[in-house]
Design a protein around this ligand. Sequence first.
Ligand code: 5GP
Length: 114
Amino acid sequence: MTDTIFGKILCGEIPADFVYEDEHAVAFADIDPKAPVHLLVIPREPLPSLKDAVQEDCALLGHLLHVCKVVAEEAGLDEGGYRVVTNIGEDGGQSVAHLHFHVLGGRTMQWPPG
Ligand code: 5GP
């Protein structure tokens, strides 16, 4: 659980202010924001990446997406819109091996992403 930065955040070893928390998930601000609002939604369970998810994780994945919606609304992004991203593996640009969804908003996003 503690072998990634996010595992250390979950156990309190590295500080982070949770903007949301429940039994299964927490959300906090990204330390290096790429938009005026940049939140990370992570499961308490140390699933490394979306590619490691199995059928039994469907409820958790749905819950995490719902938490993305909740924290986006609470951050005032509902009207203008926002982006939810999960990077997967090396080519996907994933740098922390603990599943996380980025919630980005507060500016117009570009497409396609780099
Ligand atoms: P990834 O690159 O894996 O998709 O996203 C990992 C994210 O974690 C990056 O956006 C990075 O800025 C963020 N991050 C890395 N270390 C920390 C930290 O110690 N605290 C917080 N709040 N975010 C972090």
